[in-house]
Design a binder for this molecule. Structure first.
Ligand code: SF4
Ligand code: ZN
Length: 311
């Protein structure tokens, strides 16, 4: 069994790239240092912030909430509120909501559940059904992604948040990078930076503190802090998403050639260093009044096409 490179105790993690091993205590130290360094390097958070932590109740976002709550004890100007967007996917979301509620109550964390039903007028299940019956070409994840962003931004603004922190880790980022390349959505690549938006025009600044963390590292951090839900449930729409195939392929590559994920994320950072997305989000949606990159926002367009909104 590998021994911790720092203290010689049995290791719980070996860094596949440089071979360094860590015991429980030193892994947590390594992980937290790495995240703090990312926050500093990309100037993600100031001394006075109301941080809205986007949580799903799953392991990654619970790890982020736990980490930020721990760090906030040293930063008196921080306030933290967890926001969970409930898409309304039957049999899937209920368990993670319970997981968040339990953690929040035990640890005195403020939280809010913002649902599609409340903000959009229908659950994702209902929206998918309406789209199907009208023969619309969209996949469930397309509605889900657009509406989730919309609901999160609106709920965060209502709560007076100054910044939204999401738990996207390096695996998520490189998967999206490859997905965008595959679909020729080059402009979206420029939005995959560690920080997006500057808080102007109603879009709250978004930061990704786990940007340089591997998925297995954030999973282990969650496990070592007892944050993992007892039973993992996958979204029933997941198999429609190209992400899951890309994820498997990148993981296979990483197993054979450790360091591939770091290579991809560093390429992404080089590509995006001096460039901004070409479409500036300068509009206020003519229908709902929310910030948008077009005159009518994508959420309103979907609502219109699915019949949730009539003209
Ligand atoms: Fe939404 Fe798709 Fe993720 Fe399910 S798999 S939660 S539908 S984005
Ligand atoms: Zn709109």
């Amino acid at each position: 069994m590998a021994k911790c490179s720092v203290c010689g105790r049995p290791a719980v993690y070996v860094n596949p790239v440089n071979g360094k091993a860590y015991c429980r205590v030193h892994f947590i130290e390594y992980f937290e240092k790495k995240v703090k360094k990312t926050i500093r390097k990309y100037e993600m958070l100031g001394e006075r912030e109301h941080i809205i932590v986007a949580v799903s109740g799953g392991k990654d976002s619970m790890a982020l909430l736990h980490f930020l709550r721990k760090l906030s004890r040293k930063i008196p100007g921080w306030r933290i509120t967890a926001v969970l967007v409930d898409e309304g996917i039957s049999g899937y979301r209920e368990k993670t909501i319970r997981n968040l509620a339990k953690y929040a109550e035990e640890n005195g964390v403020e939280y809010r559940v913002a649902s599609f039903k409340e903000y959009i007028g229908a659950t994702l299940d209902e929206i998918v059904e309406k789209g199907r019956s009208r023969g619309l070409p969209y996949l469930p994840c397309s509605y889900c992604g657009v509406f989730r962003r919309y609901v999160l931004n609106k709920a965060a603004r209502e709560l007076g948040g100054t910044v939204i922190a999401t738990a996207h880790n390096m695996d998520d980022v490189v998967q999206t990078f490859i997905m965008n390349l595959a679909s020729n959505s080059v402009d979206k690549i420029y939005r995959l930076t560690p920080v997006t938006g500057n808080g102007e025009g109603g879009f709250i600044r978004r930061v990704k503190p786990f940007y340089m963390v591997l998925e297995k590292e954030s999973a282990l951090y969650a496990l070592l802090n007892n944050l993992v839900e007892p039973e993992y449930v996958q979204c029933p729409y997941a198999h429609y998403n190209i992400r899951f195939t890309i994820r498997r392929m990148i993981n296979e590559l990483e197993d054979k050639y450790p360091g591939v994920k770091y290579g991809l994320v560093n390429s992404l950072l080089s590509l995006t260093r001096d460039r901004q997305p070409s479409s500036t989000r300068g509009y206020i949606c003519e229908i709902c009044g929310e910030p948008s990159s077009h005159r009518v926002c994508r959420a309103c367009l979907y609502r219109f096409e699915t019949g949730l909104m009539s003209d």
